[in-house]
Design a protein around this ligand. Structure first.
Ligand code: SF4
Ligand code: SF4
Length: 329
């Protein structure tokens, strides 16, 4: 149905080698144990509601933000509350909307799927309070700092529905973020994987690091037709395997690669316009996050132009990520 294209992983990896991924602007390295505990809780809550962030946008601290950037910038203003399990156990729709609005006015919030997100916050709070004295740091300590295995971080996180994705998108994001911040140094960092979200899928399908061999799936991906969970899983699995190969060829860490492909997918290869490569030149330099996240002196085209199959061939350029309803990414 879909398979890894090793030669193309090598070609994309070579391009990646010439770029440097900058430090993540949202990483916050704590100075004390209390701050570390707060960071662990904060990210456990924030990442639990990090799906379908498309509707979020506005101005926080004088800067226009969207999606994930908005979620983090806005929620960080209420850090003590957002990192508190007792507070999150009580949070209601009005308070969540207030925290995720420019001026704390719930009526002006752009957040959607509010009941779904409230349920996710309550679930995290319940598990932390019932099993870990309200501290995500205790979950990490009881797991011995291991991602995988019996009693490992992922097995423990799986008590929380938001963290039960078969490809562990939110769990991978959580451990990757906290490891990079020095909050949860991992005992088995070799088990880190790229977060499988819609940006990574779209870029992987267009670059040709995966090849769709099933004609029906090719049509579904081009027409944005809904696919089953089984097909979605197969696509994400193949993309994840391909990303592992690009990481090897590109000589970067999983964390760096994750930021790189994510920023690419929300900048040049975004879902609401044609890819910025081939004959097209850039129309969004002032809002691009890729050129802030990656050391790339952009000439007005994607850094993969020429190496990416989508920049040369419409058959690849016209792919979209799988169309599914999901709470996992
Ligand atoms: S500024 Fe460059 S990197 Fe950013 S979206 Fe435009 S072409 Fe892509
Ligand atoms: S070269 Fe074009 S199709 Fe390929 S990743 Fe960049 S924007 Fe997307």
């Amino acid at each position: 149905m879909i398979e890894v294209n090793e030669a193309q992983c090598q070609a994309i990896g070579r391009r990646l080698r010439s770029q440097t991924v900058q430090a993540d602007e949202f990483l916050c390295v704590p100075a004390t144990l209390e701050e570390a505990q707060q960071e662990a809780n904060y990210w456990a809550f924030a990442i639990a509601i990090c799906q379908h962030t498309k509707s979020l946008e506005g101005v926080i601290a004088g800067r226009w933000r969207r999606g994930w950037d908005y979620l983090i910038s806005a929620s960080r203003r209420s850090l003590a509350e957002f990192a508190s399990a007792p507070a999150m156990a009580q949070i209601d729709a009005g308070r969540l909307a207030a925290m995720l609005s420019d001026d704390f006015d719930p009526a002006r919030s752009t957040v959607d799927r509010v009941e779904e997100r409230l349920g996710q916050l309550h679930d995290v709070a319940r598990v932390l309070l019932e099993q870990y004295e309200g501290q995500a740091m205790n979950l990490y300590c009881q797991a011995g700092g291991r991602i995988l295995g019996e009693g490992g971080i992922f097995q423990r996180l799986a008590a929380i529905p938001a963290y039960t994705d078969p490809l562990d998108k939110k769990a991978q994001l959580l451990v990757g973020q906290l490891d990079a911040a020095g909050v949860w140094p991992l005992a088995d960092p070799q088990n880190l994987r790229v977060c499988m979200d819609y940006h990574a899928m779209r870029v992987a399908l267009r670059t040709g690091i995966v090849e769709v061999t099933d004609p029906g799936l090719r049509i579904a991906l081009r027409q944005k037709a809904q696919v089953s969970d089984e097909i979605n899983h197969a696509v994400r699995r193949a993309v994840s395997d391909a990303c592992d190969r690009v990481i090897v060829h590109g000589g970067v860490s999983v964390f760096e690669f994750d930021k790189w492909i994510w920023h690419l997918g929300r900048s040049c290869c975004f879902y609401d316009h044609e890819p910025i490569c081939g004959p097209r030149t850039c129309h969004k330099m002032e809002i691009c996050t890729y050129i802030r996240a990656v050391d790339y002196a952009c000439p007005g085209k994607c850094s993969l132009d020429g190496a990416c199959k989508g920049s040369r061939d419409d058959a690849y350029k016209t792919f979209w990520e799988t169309n599914v309803y999901t709470e996992f990414y």
